[in-house]
Design a protein around this ligand. Structure first.
Ligand code: DQA
Length: 145
């Protein structure tokens, strides 16, 4: 079983970017924790980060060939991107949406997600735990106990 983790724009700046909102961990720190958990759960995991909408669309289309489930933090594209929404709707591979912050407790423009309705579910507001819970949810989805 293979999980693809997709990080949207500006998440490459985690650790230095608005630490009061997103915490002090870097993307590499979060990916290390995800890799450790994936090893314990005996699944393979791949990471992809892009600041470009079209590149994310292309990677999602490819995921249909090479992955079983997607964990995605579309970041700002959550609130703007019909293209990423349509890519998630077009592929067979299921996706789980995650956010570090609670998007429903922030500015009004963050409270709508284009991608939520084409995801299996959304985990938002738990910092790095959103990703770790998302990975557990992804594994349970593909390998129900
Ligand atoms: C985010 C929330 C988005 O509103 C924001 O644009 C991000 C990060 C989060 O993980 O909390 O870049 O997706």
């Amino acid at each position: 079983m293979k999980v693809l983790v997709v990080h949207g724009p500006n998440l490459n700046l985690l650790g230095q970017r608005e630490p009061e909102v997103y915490g002090s961990l870097t993307l590499a720190d979060i990916e290390q924790e995800l890799s450790d958990l994936a090893q314990r759960l005996e699944v393979s995991i791949e990471f992809y980060q892009s600041n470009h909408e079209g590149e994310i669309v292309t990677r999602l289309q490819e995921a249909d060939q090479d992955c079983d489930v997607i964990l995605i933090n579309p970041a700002a594209f959550t609130h703007t991107s019909v293209a990423i929404r349509d890519a998630l709707a077009a592929i067979q591979c299921p996706a789980i949406e995650v956010h570090l912050s609670n998007i429903h407790a922030r500015e009004e423009f963050r409270q709508h997600s284009y991608t939520a309705s084409v995801s299996v579910g959304v985990i938002t507001g738990f910092g790095k735990e959103s990703y770790l819970l998302g990975l557990r949810a992804a594994v349970a989805l593909v390998q129900p106990s």
